[in-house]
Design a protein around this ligand. Structure first.
Ligand SMILES: C[S@@+](CC[C@H](N)C(=O)[O-])C[C@H]1O[C@@H](n2cnc3c(N)ncnc32)[C@H](O)[C@@H]1O
Length: 292
């Protein structure tokens, strides 16, 4: 991302501001940095982390926005920003979410079943566990986490909630354990619930399509995915932009390709990165340039 001259850089998943710090400290004066996060707590931490850098880089306009990246078009329009030169999506959960014993993301802590990135939205993981039908529960575990025991777990949830309310992570864990007999099911079910609560894939689909439209020619979009299902969604989303549109009858290109891959294969973390940050183990980075 080392380019001379003013640029518009968007960090669509600001998190605690790790990548943002790196971006801002390498940006030229008169550039604009936009950081977006759905989680207000993370946004506030990132704001603090960026403050010292902002003092040194006062010629850079920094905009931090509490919103979903699916509103990328409105966020830019409201700030009179016409096009993007670089946008990063570092998808999924931040370490702060897993390490916070109160938010219900982690199987390590007994906490209310919440799992919302944005705590101003209405639906928590408890709402889903208590109200979704057996079919819906089964379907979300299967679709969002490839959970093979989804039928047994969904049935166990529905049977249990006829007798008592399921309010906490540990109550849910107990049900998953006795109904699945699989030590890996808890992680998968928690992943599926988190994706469903936050309608993560819908936001990704909407946002990436909008961001590609907003990319300047020569601008880059970088996407880091963390599990195979997320990666599949990203791959399926970008494939039509790489191939263009071919007429079914004449086999002529009617819409040319709009993106080109910067690397043939996704970039994987080095062993050093994995040693430093074990959560990066499953990460895949795709970088694409807008060519049309
Ligand atoms: C893996 S973390 C990003 C970490 C960040 N790159 C850093 O260096 O600290 C993902 C972040 O994306 C946020 N997020 C998830 N879905 C989002 C969405 N639809 N819109 C905006 N932010 C989202 C989460 O709240 C979380 O803070």
């Amino acid at each position: 991302m080392a380019h001379p001259g003013p640029r518009v850089v968007v960090d669509a998943t600001l998190g605690l501001g790790g990548h943002a710090n790196m971006f801002v400290s390498h940006m030229s004066p008169e550039s604009i940095f936009v950081g977006i996060d759905r989680d207000r707590d993370n946004l506030d931490i990132a704001r603090n982390n960026l403050e010292s850098i902002q003092n040194q880089s006062s010629k850079i306009q920094i905009e931090l926005v509490h919103s979903s990246f699916s509103d990328i078009d409105t966020i830019l329009d409201e700030r009179w920003i016409g096009g993007i030169d670089y946008i990063l999506y570092d998808l999924g959960v931040s370490s702060a979410h897993y390490d916070d014993g109160e938010r219900g993301f982690s199987i390590r802590y007994d906490a209310p079943l919440d799992m919302r990135f944005d705590r101003t939205t209405w639906r928590t993981a408890r709402d889903l566990v208590m109200m979704a039908s057996e079919y819906e529960l089964r379907d979300l575990m299967w679709r969002y986490a490839d959970e093979k025991k989804s039928l047994h777990i969904a049935r166990a949830i529905v049977e249990t909630r006829k007798l008592k309310s399921i309010d906490t992570t540990f109550e849910l864990l107990e049900i998953i354990r006795w109904s699945s007999y699989d030590k890996d099911s808890p992680k998968r079910v928690f992943q599926a619930l988190r994706i469903a609560v936050n309608t993560e894939f819908e936001h990704i689909e909407i946002s990436i399509k909008k961001a590609i439209e907003k990319l300047n020619i020569g601008g880059q979009i970088a996407i880091i995915s963390f599990h195979s299902i997320e990666d599949r969604i990203v791959k399926n989303l970008i494939t039509p932009y790489l191939a263009g549109t071919i007429d079914d009858f004449t086999w002529q290109t009617i819409i040319p390709a709009r993106l080109a891959k910067d690397n043939k294969k996704p970039i994987l973390p080095t062993q050093l990165e994995i040693d430093r940050n074990p959560r990066s183990r499953s990460a895949k980075l795709r970088v694409l340039t807008r060519i049309n």
